[in-house]
Design a protein around this ligand. Structure first.
Ligand code: PEP
Length: 249
């Protein structure tokens, strides 16, 4: 049975001390609420190993990783380095990486494979921009992102993959997808997984919604049968809001 997951993407926010305080608060809230969701936080690279020591049952994610295993790639961080720092999950293909750093589906496929080889669990992001939705191309775009990004993975690999559907027009904009729009795309992705990997994998893969998710809308989004939780940006920087989302199932 697939897990309910709430993951916080801190992006390029918090200095180390603030990040450690936030992580302590997330750990405390998670322990006290004892909810059913798996809670993941993705702080900046510089905070990972310090925060890893503070978070108990909360899991640690990186926001990105290199597509290369090691060597002369100045400024890059390899999946194996992340594992050695205590990281368990890695966000791959966030729309900000796709847009600002020109990461395409082929490169992201390389990252997903390398992350899996190193023992990381990828949180693979997909989602259309507004023009694509308005042109009726949303399913085509997401299908390409999912099929290319996850190409060559086995059913066993897929047990470790989480998918986040994040309509780009909803990320950081305050515009949230309606529960119907989220469910429609999540159902589409699950059907896609049936075709690519079979019923069992499709059933067991956690599909997260991301895009302006907050305490006031999380419950109605998470109530959908194919929405298994959320990838949370802005609201993950406030421990109280994040806890309310974690407890919105
Ligand atoms: C994100 O960046 O993954 C995200 C969903 O951001 P926000 O919640 O701020 O829209």
């Amino acid at each position: 049975m697939r897990r309910k997951i709430v993951a916080g993407n801190w992006k390029m926010n918090t200095l180390l001390q603030d990040g450690m305080e936030l992580a302590r608060a997330v750990e405390q809230n998670t322990r006290e609420s004892n909810g059913e969701a798996l809670v993941i936080i993705a702080p900046p690279f510089t905070h990972l190993s310090r925060i890893g020591d503070l978070i108990g049952e909360v899991k640690l994610a990186a926001q990105n990783c290199s597509s290369e295993a090691s060597g002369a790639f100045t400024g890059e961080v390899s999946p194996a380095m992340l594992v050695s720092a205590g990281v368990e999950y890695v966000i791959i293909g966030h729309s900000e990486r796709r847009t600002y750093y020109a990461e395409d589906n082929q490169l992201l496929n390389k990252k997903v494979k390398l992350a899996l080889e190193a023992g990381l669990k990828p949180i693979y992001c997909c989602g259309e921009v507004l023009e694509e939705r308005e042109a009726g191309k949303l399913f085509e775009v997401v299908e390409k992102q999912v099929t290319t990004g996850l190409e060559g993975l086995s059913a066993a690999d897929m047990k470790k993959v989480v998918i986040a559907y994040e309509p780009v027009w909803a990320i950081g904009t305050g515009k949230v997808a309606t529960p119907e729009q989220a469910q429609e795309m999540h159902q589409f992705i699950r059907q896609l997984l049936v075709g690519l990997f079979g019923d069992g994998v499709a059933d067991d893969t956690s599909l997260l919604y991301g895009g302006s998710c907050k305490p006031s809308n999380a419950a109605e989004l998470f109530a959908n049968p194919d929405v298994d939780g959320g990838l949370i940006g802005g609201a993950s920087l406030k421990a109280g809001d994040f806890a309310a989302i974690v407890n919105a199932f």
